[in-house]
Design a protein around this ligand. Structure first.
Ligand SMILES: Nc1ncnc2c1ncn2[C@@H]1O[C@H](COP(=O)(O)OP(=O)(O)OP(=O)(O)O)[C@@H](O)[C@H]1O
Length: 446
């Protein structure tokens, strides 16, 4: 019987009343809007594999949708929130405070919809799509990783070497496994070798094997990684660390498809595809004579660059949730999702150790979390938010400067609003609005 999979949708649960042009700009970006208020009790029609972001439209301060927001927040504490705010919204309302606290980002009027759409894409990673038949193990939906996946699909069936570049922890080995898994060699072995971790005097023997008595301690014949992977794929990680003599042997294998075990002069013909990875600049190593130029050209036939995690912001929350879900499948953990602060910190952090660092931090947080939502402290990223707050104090400095400028100008204009408006090159309405915004009572200032 055929199993129908419902297609995953991207939904914004909008608390308030979106204007038609607001609906249109989200629809153009592929988001479905579900309007939620007190008249839609019992949920807003979310399905399991939908990507859902809740949007609190606080611009009009509607108490009916306030109740519905509180309900949704209680039922789905891991939902990501964004808020639309305006200077006229009610201040010091407990619910407004709660929504602002839960929101990853606020947008004040006039709302920049391009930025809102961009943010929705970035934070909509809270609910990762279930792995489907198209899943090749390289998780992500950012433009950068989609381009990588497209290249992997193109390169996989071609029997040529691929040089995979990228910083540490970006998923070079994951990409190599995907190349192997999508190739005709998928059922044959995949041998991943970290060239930097091989003992220098045993590199040749580890890669190509040795005969009995080839050197002191070689008591039995041993086959190397290349022969173990016969018919499959060898992945040479940190290929730049190979000593020159081993580079020569790899080059010969690539040119002639043959190898010699250490201590033997017999040529062995072998069918193995070679993939290689480096996190250092191989071109520089060639210039400095540490890497053979001819081997570099042989390996660099097809090239795959793995983007750093900071170049794939859209994937951070998606990967984090996927790592948490995978952890929960194996271990007991209270954590089911991430707090708004944790999400903000993860989006803000530069991730020098890339995906590996994200995985490690999420796993550690899942162990130490006391709550259903992983906090910024659990992730050990508190100082990221402290830095962010320091930056946002620039915003409060600007607000204070604006207030001071209005007060000074009003005094100089002898509290004549028209004169003050002329001097500041704004309309009288703007002066009244600024007075209201900064709670300036003209009578009290005189
Ligand atoms: N797109 C991805 N989806 C899921 N997991 C990933 C992804 N990319 C990396 N990982 C995980 O991150 C960790 C590091 O990945 P990997 O070992 O492939 O990185 P690398 O670039 O080869 O690192 P190094 O340069 O240190 O060898 C692994 O646990 C891997 O499973």
């Amino acid at each position: 019987m055929a199993v129908l999979r419902e297609e995953a949708r991207r939904c914004v649960v909008w608390f308030g009343q979106p204007a038609s042009e607001e609906r249109a700009s989200l629809a153009r970006a592929g988001w479905i809007i579900r309007v939620a208020d007190a008249s839609t009790p019992g949920g807003v029609g979310m399905r399991n594999n939908d990507t859902v972001v809740a949007l609190a439209d606080l611009r009009r301060g509607d108490p009916a949708s306030a109740r519905a927001m509180a309900e949704l927040m209680g039922d789905h504490p891991w939902l990501p929130w964004v808020a639309l705010i305006s200077p006229d919204m009610p201040v010091h309302e407990p619910l407004v405070d709660r929504v602002l606290e839960a929101s990853i980002e606020y947008f004040s009027t006039p709302v920049d919809f391009d930025r809102l759409v961009e943010t929705l894409g970035r934070i909509g990673g809270g609910q990762p799509p279930a792995a489907g038949p198209g899943d090749i193990g390289v998780t992500g939906r950012s433009a950068a990783i989609s381009a990588v996946v497209a290249s992997i699909r193109k390169y996989a069936p071609v029997e040529l070497p691929v040089l995979i570049t990228g910083e540490t922890g970006t998923g070079k080995e994951v990409a190599a496994r995907a190349l192997h898994g999508l190739s005709v060699r998928a059922e044959r072995p995949f041998a991943a070798i970290n060239c930097g971790a091989l003992p220098p005097n045993l590199v040749q023997s580890e890669l190509f094997g040795h005969e009995r008595g080839a050197f002191t301690g070689a008591n039995v014949r041993r086959i190397g990684h290349f022969e173990t992977a016969a018919g499959g794929t060898v992945f040479l990680d940190e290929v730049g660390d190979l000593p020159l003599d081993a580079q020569t042997s790899v080059l010969r294998f690539l040119q002639e498809g043959t190898l010699e075990r250490v201590g033997s002069s017999q040529l062995i013909k072998l069918d193995v595809r070679v993939l290689a990875a480096t996190h250092v600049d191989l071109e520089k190593a060639v210039e400095q004579g540490r890497f053979r130029e001819d081997l570099y050209y042989r390996l660099n036939v097809l090239r795959l660059r793995m983007p750093a995690l900071r170049e794939r912001e859209d994937d951070v929350l998606l990967l984090a949730q996927r790592f948490l879900d995978a952890f929960r499948e194996q271990h007991a953990s209270r954590a089911r999702g991430f707090s708004a602060g944790a999400r903000r910190a993860m989006l803000e952090f530069a991730w020098p150790g890339n995906v590996r660092e994200l995985l490690n931090r999420v796993q550690r947080a899942a162990v130490v979390a006391e709550d259903s939502l992983i906090s910024v402290e659990d992730l050990d990223l508190s100082d990221v938010l402290t830095r962010q707050t320091a930056r946002s104090s620039l915003g409060s400095t600007r607000v204070a400067a604006e207030r001071d400028a209005v007060i000074a100008c009003l005094r100089e204009s002898r509290f004549n609003v028209s004169e003050c408006a002329r001097r500041l090159k704004v309309s009288r309405v703007t002066i009244y609005r600024l007075c209201k915004k900064h709670q300036l009572a003209l009578d009290e200032l005189r």
